[in-house]
Design a protein around this ligand. Structure first.
Ligand SMILES: [Zn+2]
Ligand SMILES: [Zn+2]
Ligand SMILES: [Zn+2]
Length: 90
């Protein structure tokens, strides 16, 4: 029953309990990746505001999420939101 529900998850239901649990998403703490200084394709951690580069650069946003357990990021300046737990864009 639960498996069927999972498989039938409708694409228009764009919500995530990990993102929903963040009452007030953090703003970016820096204008470049805090690890390597890259300034393109940045991701901000919604939990703490950490700024990291994307996986096409050095993957510091992903490294931060794995290290801290912070579940979700947003692409800067105004892009998609991504949940690492769901491995899905919202
Ligand atoms: Zn999620
Ligand atoms: Zn970086
Ligand atoms: Zn964080």
């Amino acid at each position: 029953m639960r498996l069927v529900d999972h498989l039938r998850r409708t694409p228009e239901r764009r919500s995530c309990e990990h993102i929903d649990a963040i009452a007030e998403p953090a703003g970016p703490r820096a204008s470049a990746c805090q690890e390597c200084g890259v300034r393109v394709s940045l991701r901000v951690c919604l939990t703490c505001g950490h700024v990291g580069c994307c996986d096409s650069s050095s993957g510091h946003a992903t490294a931060h999420a794995l290290k801290t357990g912070h579940p979700a990021i947003r692409a800067l300046p105004n892009g998609f939101t991504y949940c690492y737990r769901h491995r899905e864009y919202f």
